[in-house]
Design a protein. Structure first.
Length: 336
């Protein structure tokens, strides 16, 4: 009776003790498993899927891949899957194994697509994990060096004389350069005639030839023409000046203090990649992008390296999606 009483009296504590130890063992096992998973990553070739050869995103991804290959001691290859506003490449990554060996390199386009396209073959919020920010570069509002517009105010005043009085080019309807221009129009209270092209270099050629009045060009794309004097800058789109190119005024300092829009590049992965691997990728990419040689390469082109942890990058992407949704709605842009 006494031994039975003792067991009855203390059985609850005994059972709790057993379950607590089981939980503790499982937790330690899971932590060890997570640690071993991240420690063994990567042990084979990593693939970064990009939107198209020669694009700013492609160039950035290749610079990153070269460093990561050396750092990880594993090949990091670029596979371009252009088309459908980047959706082909995005779907390739979504449908790949969630093991961290297939990543996506994309840009502001990733945040733009949900605003522009009525239907997407993926969920821009849930289908992929936001992993890491890479770079950011402003746009620059350029016009031909022989144009009558010497300042941004000259262009705005000419535009206000008549609706659609001037023409502006972009790399396509709903492209980042199109929406950057529309953001400027909304800030300045003007409306002009949009001429879409297939790429930024094509637009630049027509601005140089005087067939298009202006273009909100990616800064690195237009830089050589600005330095040579063939194009004139009316203002760059970042809120702060580029420290390496202080001669270029911002649009913000010319009467639009809140004006701030940039072209940026980041990395994504399938949502179900283990969190410890995503964290390692983020940390290793941040280390890579702080390499002096990499930073110097980007600095020369007016491109800024941007370091963010996963949560910061996720919040940034969400804020960009909200920004572009407002721009698209006000501009009345939509694609099927």
């Amino acid at each position: 009776m006494r031994s039975y009483f003792f067991l009855s009296k203390h059985s609850g504590k005994f059972v709790f003790f057993i379950f607590f130890n089981m939980f503790l063992c499982n937790t330690v096992f899971a932590q060890n498993k997570d640690s071993s998973t991240s420690n063994s990553y990567p042990n084979r070739t990593i693939k970064i899927v990009g939107p198209g050869a020669g694009s700013g995103t492609d160039i950035t991804a290749r610079i990153l891949a070269k460093y990561l290959s050396n750092y990880w001691k594993q090949p990091v290859i670029i596979e371009n899957r252009p088309g459908a506003g980047g959706s082909i490449g995005i779907n390739t990554v979504i449908n790949s194994p969630a093991d961290g060996y297939t990543l996506l390199a994309n840009s502001a386009t990733y945040a733009i697509n949900p605003a522009v396209y009525k239907k997407l073959p993926y969920d821009a919020v849930k289908s992929l994990a936001d992993v890491s920010m890479l770079t950011s570069t402003p746009y620059v509002l350029v016009t031909n060096s022989n144009s009558p517009f010497k300042t941004i105010n000259d262009l705005i005043q000419a535009s206000k004389k008549s609706t659609n009085a001037l023409s502006f080019g972009s790399a396509g309807v709903g492209s980042s350069t199109h929406l950057a221009a529309e953001y400027f129009h909304q800030a300045a209270g003007i409306k002009n005639t949009h001429i879409p092209y297939k790429s930024s270099p094509e637009v630049l050629q027509d601005v140089l030839a005087g067939r298009v009045d202006y273009f909100m060009a990616p800064f690195d794309t237009a830089l050589s023409y600005l330095v040579s004097g063939k194009l004139r800058s009316l203002g760059i789109s970042s809120k702060d000046k580029l420290s390496q190119f202080p001669q270029f005024q911002t649009i913000a300092e010319q009467g639009y203090p809140q004006f701030d829009i940039n072209f940026w590049v980041g990395i994504w992965a399938p949502t179900d990649v283990p969190p410890e691997i995503l964290k390692k990728i983020n940390q290793d990419i941040n280390k890579a992008m702080q390499d002096p040689e990499i930073k110097s390469t980007f600095d020369k082109a007016g491109v800024q390296v941007r370091e963010m942890d996963q949560q910061q990058f996720h919040q940034f992407v969400q804020s960009e999606m909200n920004k572009y949704l407002k721009i698209v709605k006000l501009a009345g842009i939509s694609q099927n």
